[in-house]
Design a protein around this ligand. Structure first.
Ligand SMILES: *Cc1c(COP(=O)(O)O)cnc(C)c1O
Length: 402
């Protein structure tokens, strides 16, 4: 499997290249050159797999045995989930009337990011050990990412991690999760500013290609392809747990509500959709609602400031992974995506071109938005008379947010 940049001006890379680079050299994000289409038969076969089993299947499709042999890959994934508190790793709680919560918080730091980061860290270590190389991971965080990233790489021989946390913007417990790890490879700094402001210098550092190369820097923020890849398993697992039967043709639809910040989880859901998983996506946002403006009005524009809410992990002004979603919506058109994102970077405000924004477009991509002023009952859900159900991807963490 090869990966190309959403902006179309960077060389193609393999999984290892995408894993280690974060952003592509043209400022875009890596996407698979082609998305495998899953037949109903494959979906039926996958429907009985455990959560780790699904992660293994998905990673096999997108990494390729020539890079990591299948049995080694399986071992890395088992190792990644070995410290989760729940024996199923991810558990679906059934509430009422088809309303379910996928419990994604059984990892060491209670953040759903534990799931994708611990796998990603295993993949990194595999390649680093093989090549006897060392990297320094640089992470900006409003809480969850920092704790989970530290947990996933602490003690690793070939990696150092530098975490910037916005002073006063993380909960006490998360600050402690980050500042009390006494491993030599973990370096945590408190900085002034909010989490978006803190992303600026990080983006500038990564734009300096020579500097990045010299120091072997890499990011583990949610733009990293490997994280998106692992998160696809949430959507498959949710679907198989919620769907009343897989014997119907076509398969019933399940609606997945995704608490959204940087839209990594959402991008994973969009890719799963494109591969043939019959899910509808409902984007749940709080007052930081750029995605709401985008889907409703085609208005992808920055708000004046980040608004602090109880769900600090969703207090994000720029949902970076929307670039992947625009690319998918445009039919993998890198020219359209590049023009749009470059204009956004210049003016911080873009009206989506018509071919991207039409009600029909978003609906055919099956995406709706749930604002925090709405309640779950207002979800478009249950549009499938054969019993599609509403499902919430529960990402709640020690912040109580999400
Ligand atoms: C990271 C996070 C989110 C947002 O996830 P994205 O994939 O960045 O959209 C939502 N809720 C919680 C609790 C999180 O930690």
């Amino acid at each position: 499997m090869r990966y190309i940049s959403t902006r179309g001006m960077a060389p193609r890379v393999d999984f290892e290249g995408a894993l280690f680079s974060g952003y592509a050299s043209d400022g875009g994000l890596f996407m698979p050159e082609e998305l495998p289409q899953l037949s109903t038969e494959t979906l039926r076969q996958w429907s009985t797999l455990s959560y780790p089993g699904l992660v293994k299947e998905l990673c096999t499709l997108f990494i390729g045995p020539e890079l990591i042999p299948r049995d080694v890959l399986n071992g890395l994934i088992d190792q990644a989930f070995s410290r989760f508190r729940h024996r199923e790793v991810v558990h679906l709680s059934r509430l009422r009337n088809g309303l379910n919560v996928l419990e994604l918080w059984h990892g060491v730091t209670y953040a759903f990011k534990d799931l994708s980061l611990c796998c990603t860290a295993q993949f990194l270590q595999y390649f680093l050990e093989k090549k006897e190389k060392h990297v320094t991971v640089v992470v900006g965080t409003s809480g969850d990412t920092g704790s989970a990233a530290i947990e996933s790489v602490q003690g690793a021989k070939n990696m150092d991690i530098i975490v910037l946390l916005p002073k006063g913007h993380c909960t006490k417990i998360q600050e402690l999760q980050m500042t009390t790890v006494l491993r030599e490879n973990v370096h945590v700094f408190g900085v002034e500013g909010n989490s978006d402001e803190l992303d600026e210098p990080i983006k500038a550092v990564f734009a300096d290609v020579a500097f990045v190369k010299k120091h072997n820097l890499m990011s583990l923020n949610s733009i990293n392809w490997s994280r998106v890849l692992v998160q696809m398993a949430h959507h498959f697992f949710a679907y198989f747990q919620c769907v009343p039967s897989l014997d119907m043709d076509p398969l019933p639809r399940v609606e997945v509500v995704v608490p959204t910040g940087a839209a990594g989880n959402l991008a994973a859901g969009c890719i799963a959709q494109k591969m043939g998983l019959p899910i509808g996506l409902v984007v749940a946002v709080n007052r930081n609602d750029i995605i709401h403006r985008t889907v409703q009005q085609g208005n992808f524009s920055l708000s004046e400031a980040v608004e602090q809410t109880l769900a600090s992990a969703m207090d994000i002004q720029v949902p970076y992974n929307m670039e992947r979603i625009f690319w998918l919506l445009s039919g993998s058109n890198s020219q359209v995506t590049r023009a749009l994102m470059e204009q956004f970077e210049r003016t911080q405000s873009v009206s989506l071109p018509k071919e991207l924004h039409s009600k029909r477009r978003w609906e055919s991509e099956q995406m709706a938005v749930l604002h925090d002023r709405c309640c779950v009952e207002q979800c478009p859900g249950n549009r499938d008379p054969r019993g599609g159900c509403v499902m919430i991807l529960g990402t709640a963490t020690v912040t109580g947010g999400g």
